[in-house]
Design a protein around this ligand. Structure first.
Ligand SMILES: [Fe+2]
Ligand SMILES: [Fe+2]
Length: 162
């Protein structure tokens, strides 16, 4: 008797693992998508929900970059200012997140803070994608292994909802 059916089920592919850069790019897209959604939203409750989701996403993203991606990248890049510059930018993003989370979406100041956060993030993402990632791709880093470590840490942080 053939065991073909059984063999096929054993060969089922594992969930496709993203390399480190694909993972970070997908996060960037998700965050920018949420900012675009915010601009179209009139409801304060919906705005609050979007901001809460986006701040969690941004915090987790910044943490996996700072804990895992940036140290490995800094070790192989010749430009020793790229990672420290990105870390300083994270500080600016986190300060603004803290300001936004402390207030209610009840007026122009809230919308203004969210817009400035979105501008900070867009600037930062552009530098990562246009300056840092191309250099990382040319480096000797194992981006699949790095991506797996980052995905695992991301899942852990999201489960703890930091
Ligand atoms: Fe970053
Ligand atoms: Fe990033």
């Amino acid at each position: 008797m053939t065991t073909a059916t059984h063999t096929i089920s054993l060969r089922k592919a594992p969930a496709a693992a993203k390399d480190a850069i694909a993972l970070l790019r997908a996060d960037h897209e998700a965050v920018n998508g949420m900012f675009a959604e915010y601009e179209k939203t009139r409801s304060d409750a919906r705005k609050k929900g979007l901001v809460a989701d986006n701040c969690t996403e941004l915090r987790v993203h910044a943490q996996i970059e700072e804990e895992i991606f940036y140290p490995d990248v800094n070790a192989v890049l010749k430009d020793k200012l790229l990672v420290p510059e990105a870390t300083v930018e994270h500080g600016g993003v986190k300060d603004l997140i803290a300001q936004i989370e402390g207030i209610e979406p009840d007026g122009e100041m809230y919308d203004a803070k969210v817009r400035v956060l979105s501008e900070y993030v867009k600037h930062h993402v552009k530098e990562e994608q246009n300056e840092m990632f191309p250099k990382v791709k040319e480096s000797s880093l194992d981006l699949v292994e790095l991506g797996a470590r980052m995905a695992a840490r991301k899942a852990e942080l999201l489960a703890g909802n930091i």
